[in-house]
Write a protein that binds this ligand. Structure first.
Ligand SMILES: [Zn+2]
Length: 312
């Protein structure tokens, strides 16, 4: 059954297996006929998922147990370089929104699936009071060390007991495709936001150029961890049904995603066993892929979807 609209009609898209982490697991992505969501047909139970996460190489995942806390702490204190600030102002990187500096502690920002907290440095520097939730115990421990001024909670969002209508912003940055119950998560976000509050969602696009051309070799196909891949229609529906309004959805081209998909294709043909995300991307490949990815995002088949919506 579709985890967004509940409809049971689907078309089979492609079968795949875990090709990144040497985990013995396979599955089938199907597409909902009603809302167009792409989802794993055989959905692992939460206990199984937790077990799979424990098998992952901590260098390449959000499990932050092995990261160098001292290095992260330095980064947390460094201010954003001028050129980056200018690019952000030109709205090149929606992951940095909201961009406006605020009086210290006046706005509450919650990051769901916060990982090791590196995504939150810039918001702290702009004056936001940051909160983070993550299921990874190690990740939360790192967050507490590098951002002592933040508030971090280990667990699933629905279990955290966070206060109702407390947050001005909630961001879910490449986490919603990992949860077994995206509908419950977005509903909980609605409850936690203040009236006028904003939800910012970043997810891999289930009908992106790489998925269309390379199917399972796209890095967006990640069994069993990517339990669903959104399309603009299904992401909009998820937000609408939770009560959100003024929904804006568009495509984005993260520089590494197309090159990594192409490299995974090559790796598979040579039957090498090396985690995809550890591969260094050659500069020429990034340069070749960037305009292609940028154009794909402009015509609606970009690698990533950004969804912005409001609680009125
Ligand atoms: Zn559906």
């Amino acid at each position: 059954m579709c985890p967004v609209c509940g409809d049971s009609g689907y078309n089979i898209l492609f079968q795949d297996y875990n090709r990144r982490d040497n985990i013995d697991c396979s599955g089938t992505y199907v597409q909902c006929r009603e809302c167009s969501l792409i989802y794993l047909y055989e959905r692992p139970q939460w206990e199984e998922i937790v077990k799979f996460y424990s098998l992952l190489d901590s260098d390449i995942t959000a499990n932050a147990g092995q990261v160098d806390v001292a290095v992260l702490k330095q980064q947390a204190e460094k201010s954003v370089p001028k050129w980056k600030g200018l690019l952000r102002k030109a709205r090149f990187r929606p992951h940095s929104w909201p961009l406006e500096p605020v009086p210290q502690g006046s706005k509450q920002l919650l990051d769901l699936g916060c990982g090791n907290g590196a995504k939150l440095f810039e918001f702290v520097q702009r004056g936001y009071d940051v909160w983070g939730v993550d299921v990874g115990e190690d990740a939360i421990r790192v967050c507490q060390k590098i951002l002592p001024q933040g508030h971090f909670i280990q667990g699933e969002l629905q279990e955290t007991g966070l206060p109702c209508a407390h947050f001005d912003y909630i961001r879910i940055d490449n986490a919603l495709e990992h949860v077994p119950n995206p509908k419950e998560v977005v509903r909980e976000c609605y409850r936690l936001l203040r009236p006028g509050g904003q939800l910012l969602v970043y997810v891999p696009h289930g009908r992106s150029l790489s998925i269309r051309l390379m199917k399972g070799n796209s890095i967006s196909s990640w069994i069993p961890f990517h339990m669903q891949l959104f399309t603009p229609t299904s992401l909009r529906r998820l937000m609408e049904e939770a009560g959100f309004t003024d929904i804006d959805i568009y495509g984005y081209n993260p520089t590494s995603w197309l090159p990594l998909s192409l490299m995974q294709l090559r790796k598979r043909n040579k039957n090498k066993k090396q985690p995809t995300l550890k591969l260094n991307i050659p500069v020429w490949l990034s340069l070749v892929c960037y305009p292609v990815g940028w154009l794909a995002a402009k015509v609606g088949i970009g690698e990533e979807l950004v969804g912005i919506s409001f609680k009125r």
